[in-house]
Every structure is written in C-alpha cells, then in structure tokens.
Ligand binder design. Structure first.
Ligand code: NAP
Length: 337
C-alpha cells in the first residue's frame, strides 16, 4: 500500500514513522524545515504537493483541526474516489460533506503535550483507543483503515460522529476545562501531593490547541460542564447545610463511578494488580526483574499514590489473564501483594 500523510506534525509524523516500517509513506507539508527533517530522518520517502498524492491507497489528513476541512477537500480534488481519505481531528462534527469521497473519519486517543515532528514517536498509539467513524455502507474501506490502526498498535473503536463528539466532551474536553480551572485556583500552596498533581496534569497541555478543539465541540462540552456544575452545586449545598448523609452519598456515587470506569474498559483488555512498593532505590527494578524472569509482559504501569517516605501502590496492567495470574503468584510469594 502507498500511504499519504498531509501535515507532518506530532500525529502525522508519528503515523508516518510507524507505517513506513511496512508501507511506502509520502507526505504533504507546507513547512520547508519540517519537510526537510522528515526526509532526513526517513520518516517519509517523499514530500510532494497534493497532486503527488495520486496513487495513494489511503491518505491521512493530520493538519491542525482548523485546517482539516480544507485539506480534506484538497485531497479529494487530487485523489477523487481512488483513495480512502481519513483524518485525525479531535472533533468529528467538523468533517466536510464530500459527496462521492471515500471518507473514514478517525481520532487517535493518544498524544502528548508537545507538538511538531520532533515530538513524533513510532509507538505513540500503542494500546490506545483509535475511534473510526462508522461506515456501514463501505465496510471494506472501514476495515482497511482499521487494519492500519492495528498496524499502529492501537485499538479501532467504531462510533458515529455524534457518539464520538459527546463522549470526548465528557472524557477529554470538559476535564481539560476543569483541570485548567483547578490549576489556576490555589494561590499559595506548598503541600500539593500526588492527588492534586493527578487532577491538574492535563492543564500542562497547549492552551491554544485546546481552545481550538473545544470551541469546535461547544454544545457537547457545555452540557458536560453543566453536569459537573450540578454535582458541585449539590455538594456545596450539602456542605453548606452540614448534611453529612447527602455529602457522603454524593461522594459514594463518585467512588462507584471511578470503580466502574476501571472495570468497564470494553476495548482495552487489561488485567490489573496493585502491588505494595517501598520508597527505596531499586524497588521498581526488583518487581520488573521478577516479572521479566518469568517472561511476563507488563503493558501498563502506574504509581497510584506515593506518600513521602512511606512507599506506594504500584498498579500493574497485563494483556492476558494468564500473565496476570502468574504475576499474582510471584508477587504474593515475595510479599508484594
Ligand atoms: P502539530 O504537531 O502542530 O502538526 C500539524 C502539522 O500540520 C504541522 O507540521 C503543520 O505545519 C502542518 N500544517 C499546518 N497547516 C497545514 C496545511 N494547511 N496543510 C498541511 N499541513 C499543515 O499538530 P498535531 O498535534 O499533530 O495535531 C494534528 C491533528 O491531530 C489535529 O487535528 C488534532 O486535533 C489531532 N490530534 C491531536 C492530538 C494531540 O495530542 N496533539 C491527539 C489526537 C488528535 P507547521 O508546523 O508549518 O504549522
């Protein structure tokens, strides 16, 4: 297959890096310096103009979100219905109507706080969800793009445009608004621990990028913010009225929601163990060596909370139930569970 990529930044460059291991990848990139970097580092085999995309089987549009509709029209003008056109924009309601085009909208649910080709990584999408907009009338095209998504190491998930934009408002756009608000709030704090850092981590993200994305998913995001506001109001009222029962009930609903989130991960199969580790040199290495000695692969790793000087809880994710069970036996024998 020949793959075209329009916009060789963080996302386009990462797709190019991974897919060029298996396919011929050519790029369209307006920035001469970025184009030169992509050629020098063999991220693409050729940089071309839109006309040069003729001959591609699939073209990924990875330009900034505000440029995506125009880039998709230009790709369609160049390739017609000979190639599948897919995009990576974080909001799907922006996709232009292109009658006759073979469009499969997409959104890789992975990224970093950095942008540009220098931040691109071949493994950026490993184990991430990758939403592909349902295309019930063109299942073969959907499957072709899904195959490329699997080549990236990601998990294709089928959704409609409306489902996607509503869900990203809840799990991504509203949380960014909350994180930006929260991170701007404390004025003179010296004891912020991991909880506060966890909750504000995504406030590190580029304000310009998120402003551009969220404004394009305005109604869904406003509704999601409104639901959080209603919860905050209920908790504020309960606290104001010193109503412990109501406050505790509201907290318990939040706790249950978090547990459900961890249990219902429909497309990312992951079996999880929580191990106790001490806050000392080599603690992580000991567990890593132990699991490696039995050829057990850890696919996800997280320190859930670490209390200064007291150690912490290490959350280990495994791809198979078998790996998880074998790890549990080993960790128990050594007193980590
Ligand atoms: P990025 O690093 O800034 O890359 C965008 C690239 O497109 C840059 O190389 C840019 O060149 C180029 N470009 C600008 N205008 C163009 C045009 N008219 N035609 C072709 N290329 C053009 O941005 P990104 O983070 O990769 O984001 C790209 C898309 O991915 C966006 O739609 C975004 O919503 C989506 N996305 C991003 C993330 C994330 O975490 N960043 C995650 C999922 C999806 P210049 O450097 O010259 O501007």
């Amino acid at each position: 297959m020949v793959i075209g990529i329009v916009g060789l930044g963080l996302i386009g460059g990462s797709i190019a890096l991974r897919l060029s291991e298996k396919y011929t990848v050519i790029g369209v990139e307006p920035c001469a310096e970025t184009a030169a970097y992509a050629l020098e580092h063999k991220i693409v085999s050729r940089v071309t103009d839109y006309a040069g995309l003729t001959g591609c089987d699939v073209v990924f549009v990875c330009a900034p979100i505000e440029r995506t509709p125009d880039c998709m029209r230009r790709v369609y003008d160049a390739v017609g219905d000979r190639a599948i056109i897919t995009d990576v924009a974080s909001v799907k309601g922006i996709l232009p109507a292109l009658p006759g085009a073979r469009v499969i909208g997409g959104h890789p649910m992975a990224g970093t706080e950095f942008s540009g080709i220098r931040a691109a990584k071949a493994h950026l999408f490993e184990n991430a969800y990758y939403v592909l907009i349902r295309a019930d009338e063109t299942p073969a095209d959907w499957e072709t793009v899904a195959g490329l998504v699997r080549d990236l190491g990601a998990k294709p998930v089928a959704m409609t445009v409306q489902e996607h934009d509503r869900q990203v408002a809840e799990v991504s756009h509203m949380p960014h608004i909350v994180a930006y608000a929260l991170a701007a709030t404390p004025s003179d704090v010296t004891i912020a621990g991991t909880g506060f850092y966890d909750m504000t981590r995504i406030a590190h993200s580029d304000p310009q990028f998120w402003c551009s994305v969220i404004r394009r998913n305005k109604e869904n995001t406003l509704q999601a913010v409104e639901r959080v506001r209603a919860r905050l109001d209920a908790m504020t009222d309960a606290l104001t009225n010193d109503d412990g029962d109501v406050l505790q009930k509201l907290f318990a609903e939040g706790q249950a929601g978090r547990i459900r989130l961890e249990e219902d991960r429909p497309n990312l199969e992951e079996y999880v163990l929580s191990a106790d580790i001490r806050d000392e040199v080599g603690a992580l290495k000991s567990i890593g060596d132990l699991l490696a000695s039995e050829n057990i692969n850890v696919c996800n790793l997280q320190i859930v909370h670490s209390r200064e000087g007291e150690g912490g809880v290490l959350r280990l994710g495994f791809r198979t139930r078998g790996d998880c069970s074998r790890a549990a036996v080993l960790l128990k024998e050594r007193g980590y569970l």
